[in-house]
Design a protein around this ligand. Structure first.
Ligand code: NAP
Ligand code: 3JM
Length: 351
């Protein structure tokens, strides 16, 4: 086991990359060098890291020479092109994009849920979608205790999931609307999806489209949640369905989740106990005191918050809950750095 790693952050100037740098400042991972990579546009930009000035470099294949761990969050096309270049040069890649997630050769990992999958890595490990990750943290302890027959999730996703430009778009539209610009005159260039034809305002709105539409009129974001859940839980028989909605929140994804467990013997208090003891989860559930998870309070926290746990009115084995987490941390940057820490602990960084 090498003592100290050289770590590269690809997409270091983005919404996720910026948080990756913060997570690397806090990590227990022994590090030698940290290299920040982005496009030509940002080359030369200075970033303070642990009191030192690091200069952002333009991403080229040779950027990975001498790198042991490369954290990617610059979009699927960059991962497609450059992750193999990093692996070729001996790095292990933790990729935040959806590009490799469903590749059977690539482990899809939430460290609290399926760290053992890391043992199968061949150089690339995929970080799941933000909305999937927080749902897995909340549901895995319930699945282990009672099995999961089905789950129905509706998401309330923050704009930071769509990048820095989407955050700016929300702020600009909100100011314009408050200053008198009518809704039909608000300028929209990014949301609901940068890759789609039409754009709608997000300020004071709710958009039931995240990513572009795909099979059976579900969006790709919805398909990501469905397929990734089955892969992480290693169970294709779980019935999963999702409705993903973008709301005018800057950070913190919220989810209303309905589950039906398989086995007999569960009740609300046992489910609450499981969440209270679950790694990475915090139970916030006291209706008498109006205690429940909230997006604003999740910002800059690494945990997943779970509350509003109720039995379904009609279905004995059915439960409802509200699950919230910082999409840029547990949903992206923290989960990636946590994967790197786990790889180190399991001696799986090939150096
Ligand atoms: P963002 O704020 O728009 O940042 C994009 C980053 O990619 C910037 O650092 C940008 O650098 C860099 N980049 C763009 N084109 C590049 C190129 N040709 N070569 C090198 N770097 C390039 O986006 P973000 O929110 O951080 O998300 C980035 C990606 O991470 C997304 O596309 C998505 O695939 C993934 N993501 C995953 C999750 C998750 O749930 N796991 C959550 C959010 C995002 P410049 O400053 O030079 O433009
Ligand atoms: C591209 O909130 C979101 O929009 C989800 C995060 C995201 C992803 C992802 O992680 O699935 C934004 C943009 C992707 C992608 O497909 O890689």
């Amino acid at each position: 086991m090498k003592k100290k790693y050289n770590v590269a952050v690809v997409g270091a100037t983005g919404a996720v990359g910026t948080k990756m740098i913060e997570m690397l400042e806090e990590t227990s991972l022994p590090m030698n060098q940290v290299k920040l990579l982005a496009s030509k546009r940002s080359a030369g930009k200075e970033v303070t890291f642990k009191g030192q000035t690091l200069v952002v470099e333009e991403l080229v294949p040779e950027s990975f020479t001498g790198i042991d761990i490369a954290l990617f969050s610059a979009g699927g096309n960059i991962s497609k092109q450059y992750a193999p270049e990093a692996v070729k040069r001996g790095a292990v890649v933790v990729d935040n994009t959806s590009h490799f997630r469903m590749d059977p050769e690539v482990p899809l990992v939430v460290p609290e849920v399926n760290p053992e999958a890391l043992k199968r890595h061949k150089g690339i490990i995929a970080n799941p979608n933000c909305s999937t990750i927080q749902m897995m943290v909340a549901l895995e302890p319930i699945r282990q205790a009672y099995g999961l027959d089905r789950l129905i999730v509706s998401t309330y996703q923050a704009v930071s999931g769509a990048g820095i430009n989407a955050m700016e778009e929300l702020k600009t539209q909100a100011l314009a609307y408050i200053n008198g610009t009518p809704a039909d005159k608000l300028e929209a260039n990014i949301l609901p999806s940068g890759g789609d034809k039409k754009h709608y305002p997000i300020a004071f709105n709710a958009l039931p489209q995240i990513d572009v539409f795909a099979e059976a009129d579900y969006t790709y974001e919805e398909w990501k949640m469905i397929n990734e859940t089955k892969k992480i839980m290693e169970d294709d028989s779980i019935k999963v369905v999702a409705t993903c909605v973008r709301i005018p929140v800057l950070s913190g994804h919220s989810e209303s989740i309905y589950i039906e467990v398989k086995e007999e013997g569960s009740d609300v208090s046992k489910i609450k106990d499981l969440i209270a003891k679950a790694p990475g989860a915090i139970l916030q559930d006291d209706p008498s005191q109006q205690i429940y998870p909230q997006a604003l309070a999740s910002i800059d926290r690494k945990e997943t918050f779970v509350g509003r746990i109720r039995q379904d009115i009609d279905i004995d084995k059915g439960y409802h809950m509200w699950v919230v987490s910082d999409n840029l941390l547990k949903g992206a940057a923290w989960n990636s750095v946590q994967i790197a820490e786990t790889l180190h602990e399991m001696d799986l960084v090939r150096v």
